[in-house]
Design a protein around this ligand. Structure first.
Ligand SMILES: N[C@@H](CCC(=O)N[C@@H](CS)C(=O)NCC(=O)O)C(=O)O
Length: 198
């Protein structure tokens, strides 16, 4: 059984929702980051970055929410959280999985710190461009891959829920509201929310 290392009100909600979408049994190991549990030698052996989420699957351990999404979607193909190899939808699936940490995360930091960067040199361009691109992709929907829900929606949807709804770090837009509503209507999202609420 996989072990998920997580903490409420953190980015580990992504992995919690993901595990709930798989329908597979898993064990939750709570790492209380307000008490420094992420800095113990035992936990640093699992994730040397000392951050949640992290996942253990037998001899395999990994961290980074996007990598956990990709890994779990592959391990449980029956959950249909990733287009199979050879499916053209896989291109956009991978694009959005990398767009999360590669563009959305730094854009969020840029919005909250107001740091000015040369948009040609910055890999994400600038925050306005990142959120315009996401807005355009979400205007059609219902999911990032059209009718096909995937682990990319878990990554981007939980990120938007975190940044737009919970922490109001990113100004909302109608497409973001519709999308977060669609994500939060999923039974697995609701189970994860109930777990996170304790
Ligand atoms: N790049 C990581 C970020 C994870 C992260 O920043 N987690 C924060 C909570 S939202 C954390 O564990 N902070 C504890 C610390 O840095 O001590 C991912 O996407 O999984």
């Amino acid at each position: 059984m996989m072990q998920l290392y997580w903490c409420p009100r953190t980015r580990s909600f992504t992995a919690l929702w993901l595990m709930e979408e798989t329908g597979q049994a898993y064990e939750r190991v709570r790492i209380d980051i307000s008490e420094g549990a992420q800095k113990t030698p035992e936990y640093l052996a699992i994730n040397p970055m000392g951050k949640v989420p992290a996942l253990q699957d037998g001899d395999a351990t990994l961290a980074e929410a996007a990598a956990i999404c990709a890994y779990v979607a592959e391990r449980y193909p029956q959950a249909k959280l990733a287009p199979p190899l050879g499916d053209p939808k896989r291109a956009k699936y991978l694009y959005w999985l990398f767009f999360g940490p590669g563009c959305i995360e730094p854009a969020m930091v840029q919005l909250s710190t107001k740091i000015e960067m040369n948009p040609v040199a910055a890999g994400w361009g600038d925050a306005q461009r990142v959120f315009d691109v996401l807005d355009a992709a979400l205007t059609t929907g219902p999911w990032l891959l059209g009718e096909t829900f995937s682990a990319a929606d878990i990554l981007i949807g939980s990120g938007l829920n975190f940044a737009v709804r919970m922490f109001k770090m990113v100004p909302s837009r109608p497409s973001f509201e519709r999308y977060v509503d669609a994500c939060s209507a999923r039974p697995a999202f609701q189970r994860a929310s109930a777990i996170a609420a304790g």
